[in-house]
Design a protein around this ligand. Structure first.
Ligand code: URA
Length: 201
């Protein structure tokens, strides 16, 4: 079985999944509040998967996860450890922007669960970074990001590292101490990444 065939199969599966969710109608409220489905962005071959919470206003407009203020903080954190958005793939716990950025509802998270599982299956990431409580709870069934951020959890053939959501940092008036803490967690991510293969073709 040729490797290139495997890649093609994987990318076909990705395209099919994206197509399937492009006009998703599972969540009535989200169908009304969203401008578009924000499926994901970055390197589809990356072995590092970041999972956020939900698209915000900018993301909803541009169709790209983490392209607003939180995204800028995320980019800085990645840069601080020599990573870029091209080294990772990034998606969210739910693909559609909730009205006024309210929290995703349980049912909405469940409706988007099969999609996230399929992304994991297709991409086979080695390092999974869950950003904030919603993604963390969804993946490793643990609550309390303030106490577990930066820790490394085994997950199938991968590891999961929960991190504090950049939005928290913004709410706290860009507290420099918090930023240092967040940078430390990203050093931990880079350490895990260096142990694994970044891109597997
Ligand atoms: N916050 C998130 O959780 N996801 C985004 O895509 C943007 C902001």
């Amino acid at each position: 079985f040729l490797k290139s065939e495997k890649i093609r199969e994987r990318m076909d599966a990705y395209d099919e999944l994206k197509e399937e969710y492009n006009n998703c109608q599972r969540c009535p409220k989200l169908c009304k509040s969203r401008a578009q489905v924000v499926f994901g962005s970055g390197n589809k071959h990356a072995k590092i998967l970041f999972i956020g919470e939900a698209p915000g206003a900018n993301e909803d407009k541009q169709g790209i996860p983490f392209c607003g203020a939180s995204g800028q903080v995320l980019n800085q954190l990645l840069e601080s450890v020599g990573l870029s958005r091209e080294d990772i793939f990034i998606t969210n716990t739910i693909l559609c922007r909730p009205e006024k950025n309210r929290n995703p509802e349980k049912e909405e998270i469940e409706n988007c669960l099969g999609r996230l599982d399929k992304i994991l299956e297709i991409m086979q990431p080695k390092v999974i970074v869950t950003i904030g409580n919603f993604a963390t709870e969804r993946i490793i069934k643990k609550k309390g990001i303030t106490s577990i951020h930066g820790k490394v959890f085994p997950y199938k053939h991968a590891v999961v590292i929960p991190v504090i959501h950049p939005a928290n940092f913004l709410y706290q008036g860009r507290n420099p101490q918090l930023f240092e803490q967040m940078k430390k967690d990203f050093e931990g991510i880079a350490e895990q990444v260096n142990k694994k293969t970044l891109i597997e073709l």
